[in-house]
Design a protein. Sequence first.
Length: 425
Amino acid sequence: MKTILRSNFLNPVNHDVCDFLPDYCLTIDEQGKIVSIEPFALTSINENDRLIELNNCVITPGLIDLHSHLPQYSAIGIGKGTLLSWLSNYIIPLESKFSNEKFAHEQSVAFFTEALLYGTTTIVTYCSIHRNSTSIAFETAAALGIRAFIGNSLIDLPNGPGYFIPLETIKSDIEYLLKKYHLTNSDKLSYIVSPRYAGSCTKELMNYCANFAKMNDLFIQTHLAENKSELELMKKLHPEFDNYTGIYAKTGLLTDKTFLAHCIYLDQSELAMIQKAGSIVCHCPTSNRYLSSGIMPLVNYQKIGLRIGLGTDVAAGYSLSLLNEAKEAIETSKSYGISNDRNGNDISATYAFYLSTKGAAENLKMSDKVGSIQIGLDADLAIFEMDCSHESPIAEDILRTLIYKKFNQTAKAVMIEGECVSGTL
Ligand code: GUN
Ligand code: FE
């Protein structure tokens, strides 16, 4: 039996173009793939097909969050201060509690459930340092049906009361997690190599991560240049390198499958290294304000052709809603313009939406599977209640209504591979 959704669709095309398709039908086959998308008037509907009328809704590709921290979910809005004190006062004590498996399970369920509620169908996340809590995160993601890239936070420098793991144990943990959850038949789960940041890793660990990722063709995630005191810490911990980005470049961590969260304080030579490697700068505007870290010059990076992604960075980011993050990316581009006397440099809703969907899928090398609405792709969809009949038929206007009015509203329903995994249809 095929499923046909009759509704209004927003389909990202590129940085500058998004299609709005009012009163279209999207047909999904038994394998969860999109087999047609055409105007209602042209769609042939068989009596065996399941037709679902969603006239009062707008349907987007499932949203893709490129940076988050599962174990920090319960700290949303609680921790305060700036990066280094926030980490040591709130976050490391909280993440340490993930040695308790019951707690790890409860938190994993809460985290993925909320991501789904906001329309996120693919999420890239850090777990705690523990192998068992990371296993629990993988198993919870599988049970809820969300696509997830998950990595145990890799820390071998003592960063807090006992919150580190010796390198030899890390080696066996990541080997175990790779075999158990990545090298399987499920294509929804991936292991991502996750050295926390150079502030908590030895050079040996970073080298090991780079080799391990290369041997197994894996994505890597880490943090870079988020806060000025963090830059000072790098000089102290790793004095043999010229600058922060140089630590990652020389240890082999800068690849075209590396996500670099924050990237606020980078000089020209560092930007050139990132560009040459083809790594992805992961913009986390909500977090950057919450921790008073600074403003990433998004438009400047866009102009020099850096690859860019978007992440909620919960819990320095206060919400798992990617529509909220898109709104914050737009508003933050204005703040940057205002404080640098460059008004008119704000990004469009079309671009923010592209970063949340198709652009993110391209960064994850999975745009042939998800991220847009095209025949042959998996039906990963977010369905938001929204009366489009009063809106202009211009996609940018519809998107602005979605991003500015609905950012805090959960999706009516969410589909992954054609299955409803959250809400009701
Ligand atoms: N840098 C190292 N660890 C973290 C973290 O958990 N959150 C943020 N925002 N930055 C970090
Ligand atoms: Fe982060």
